[in-house]
Write a new protein. Sequence first.
Length: 271
Amino acid sequence: MKTPTTVNEIAVVLPAYNEEKDLPVLLDNLHTKLQKLPYQYTIVVVDDGSKDRTAEIAREAAKTMPVKLVQHVVNKGLGEAIQTGLREGWLVGDVVITMDADNSHDPMYVQDMVKIIEAGDADIVIASRFQKGSVVQGVPYFRQFLSLGCFAMMKILLPYKNVRDYSTGFRAYRSVALGRLIQNSGEKLIQESSFACMLELLLRFRWLGARAVEIPYTLRYDLKVGVSKMNITRTIKRYFNVISRYWALDQLPQKQEESLSDLRQQYRARA
């Protein structure tokens, strides 16, 4: 069923940990491209206990563009940073976009992602490395192998209609669907703090019955200057842990959709 969505404002969430080398370029690129779109926008930078100038860079950027800085006093992991950012972004945006803060995701795709949600064709739009026309530049072979392995494993064990890329961080979420997930999740949207959090988040939306589509894009890992924070062995172990928890989980019963304003009002009443 189509769910046409009026989009007046979008929120872009950037979970960041020691990204002083890549964040300035990404923020400038976001500002340049987002201000040309027919939406108001807020960039939510979640500084996850960085020990470098990440927070300072976000504060400086806020003087010239709509940046909101949210800080974790200590490093809590990507999963916690994503949850913080999604909740903050959901309170202001009709659509919430998550991107990696390492400058490997190009904001040029944001408008196409939002348009799909506006048309009512999806609750989640995924910028996928595994669609025809996608290009991957500069990603180490072991990282590519991990992503392909995740896709193959999920296709067999927990398939999600129209989804191939289960681990990417470049996604757009319809805020009504995100609000329903928040409504049914208690304090934590997901349990994972590791890089496997993106897989778990997608499986949470699968449990919710959310509709997903993918678009092709070019991943520019070659533009990343900072070092990777991913521990491959730990991530693989956490993938299996996530799958074991969602293997036999029944889909949440569907009900009439509530408005975004009602969902936000209920959330604030509980806070």
